[in-house]
Design a protein around this ligand. Structure first.
Ligand SMILES: NC(=O)c1ccc[n+]([C@@H]2O[C@H](COP(=O)([O-])OP(=O)(O)OC[C@H]3O[C@@H](n4cnc5c(N)ncnc54)[C@H](O)[C@@H]3O)[C@@H](O)[C@H]2O)c1
Ligand SMILES: O=P(O)(O)OC[C@H](O)CO
Length: 325
């Protein structure tokens, strides 16, 4: 297949490497001229994915039209930029596979809804799961959820994209696959806070379990299926990012837990910690749906500048409740 990849960050570049290893013709769109030049001239992306020798089958361009002349498009921009990039992408009706993790600010729309609005003729899918880009690019074993409304189409897509070390599991739960990836980024910040504030491993395990309860409540309210949230793109990704400083979201939380301010931690970064953008949107969307998300609200409060001790105190002072209320 000819595969267009939108986004030359760590994940877009790692996916380009996977697709090239599968024998596909890969056209990577990156917005930074230095990223395009580095990929084409030196087979590397030192800005976003250092230390990886890239396949010669990857051709980079800053021209969206070049990525559009393909059989399949992977959308890998930060979530808040997905609509603008999709709006500029020429419409050819090929499938769009969403690989970004987030919820659109303002509209509270999932990226599958954004993509369907911008490219109504394209079949929409989601590829999501526990996937640190560096490990995927190095060919380490990885499994993901690949969801499309038509599960047979998802299975065919999974077959076309699979490698011995890259295993997509087909699903028809597009919403579930998206919500797991978006919510786990917020919860990973919370787990980083626990680490940074020295609250211990019991607290982190409790937070993963109660965070998963939040993810499930919100997901069910938005039409996700519980088994998808308990799978690779939900619980699988939650466990990965809640337990490793390789996660940008966890690392952001670590700094917050040490008492540093979000503005300072976010100031100079060129890489994206999606949970910081998702947290306020998620809280607003959950409130609109009548879903309680105390852990996510605590993260949103910290990101808005609240003091870490006060936020932890408020969370621990909540009235006791039933585990499955
Ligand atoms: N890095 C990972 O391990 C990983 C794994 C799975 C999913 N993701 C998701 O993939 C998405 C992209 O993350 P990443 O890690 O590849 O990014 P990154 O942090 O490596 O790089 C930042 C990216 O943002 C892009 N960007 C900045 N401003 C932009 C704008 N105005 N318009 C369009 N693009 C803009 C940059 O060009 C660059 O591609 C995120 O939603 C992330 O959650 C990342
Ligand atoms: O580094 P993070 O926290 O953006 O996580 C990257 C991926 O989403 C892990 O699956």
């Amino acid at each position: 297949m000819r595969i267009g990849i939108l986004g030359g960050g760590a994940w877009g570049t790692a996916l380009a490497q996977v697709m090239a290893a599968g024998g596909h013709d890969v056209r990577l769109w990156a917005r930074e001229a230095d990223v395009v030049a580095a990929i084409n001239d030196t087979r590397a992306n030192p800005l976003f994915l250092p230390g990886i020798d890239l396949s010669p089958a990857i051709r980079a361009s800053d021209d969206l039209a070049a990525a559009a002349e393909t059989d399949l498009i992977l959308v890998v921009t930060p979530a808040q930029h997905a609509r603008a990039v999709l709006r500029d992408l020429p419409r050819h009706g090929q499938p769009l596979l969403l690989c970004s993790k987030g919820i659109e600010a303002g509209s509270h729309k999932l990226l599958s809804e954004v993509a369907a609005e911008e490219h109504p003729a394209s079949p929409i899918g989601v590829l999501s799961g526990p996937t640190f880009a560096g490990e995927v690019a190095r060919g380490l074993p990885t499994a993901v959820t690949l969801a499309m409304a038509d599960e047979d189409a998802a299975a065919r897509m999974a077959e076309a994209l699979a490698l011995p070390t890259f295993r997509p599991y087909a699903s028809d739960d597009v919403i579930g696959a998206e919500i797991g990836g978006a919510v786990k980024n917020v919860l990973a910040i919370a787990c980083g806070v626990v680490e940074g504030a020295g609250l211990g491993q019991n607290a982190r395990a409790a937070l993963i379990a109660r965070g998963f309860a939040e993810m499930t409540r919100f997901g069910l309210a938005r039409g996700a299926r519980a088994e998808t949230l308990a799978g690779l793109s939900g619980l699988g990704d939650l466990v990965l990012t809640c337990s490793s400083t390789s996660s940008r979201n966890f690392s952001l939380g670590l700094g917050l837990g040490q008492g540093r301010k979000a503005t300072e931690l976010m100031a100079d970064r060129r890489t994206v910690a999606e949970g910081a953008f998702t947290a306020p949107v998620l809280c607003a969307a959950a409130a609109a749906a009548g879903v309680a998300m105390p852990v996510s609200e605590a993260v949103a409060a910290l990101l808005a500048g609240a003091e870490v001790g006060a936020v932890i105190g408020t969370l621990l002072a909540r009235p006791l409740t039933r585990e499955h209320a």
